[in-house]
Design a protein around this ligand. Structure first.
Ligand code: RB5
Length: 151
């Protein structure tokens, strides 16, 4: 069965998102494209929330979000319980985000990285598995306790 990746972008990230979506399809991934689809000005959180809903529901295994800097997308994505979004501008962070943090959403800034570097970052992110072990305990502690005042 193919792995599915949900992708989303705002107007600043749409061209890079489309290039990366094409790369994903070439490599046999199913792509759930949550937009945007043109260059008209839009609000990045709308697309971050759509992609994150796809991932938290289990419809997609991973998410990819692109805006101008990647910052707004990562901030919006990390408001979702169960989402661990990593903003990456080089491959080392992408690898570590998967190995140690079990990141399930990759964010990039189209005004920060070129297409070649973005492809490399995405490739590393997709190819790297979570190490588990001591990292699983730490990742579990990322989620806020449901009620810290409860007995
Ligand atoms: C849009 O101009 C820009 O603010 C957005 O793409 C992103 O960089 C926000 O974090």
């Amino acid at each position: 069965m193919s792995r599915r990746v949900a992708v989303g972008a705002d107007h600043a990230g749409v061209d890079l998102k489309d290039e990366l979506a094409a790369l994903l399809r070439e490599r046999g991934f199913d792509v759930e494209d949550r937009g945007t689809s043109g260059h008209g000005s839009v609000d990045y959180p709308d697309f971050a929330h759509a992609v994150c809903a796809d991932v938290t529901s289990g419809h997609s295994e991973l998410g990819l979000l692109v805006c101008g800097t990647g910052l707004g997308m990562s901030m919006a994505a990390n408001r979702h319980l169960g989402i661990r979004a990593a903003l990456c501008a080089e491959p080392f962070s992408a690898r570590m985000a998967r190995m140690h943090n079990d990141a399930n959403v990759l964010c990039m800034g189209a005004r920060v990285v070129g297409a070649g570097l973005a492809e490399e970052i995405l490739s590393v992110f997709l190819a790297t598995a979570f190490e588990g072990g001591r990292h699983a305990r730490r990742v579990a502690k990322i989620e806020p306790a449901s009620d810290p005042t409860a007995d």
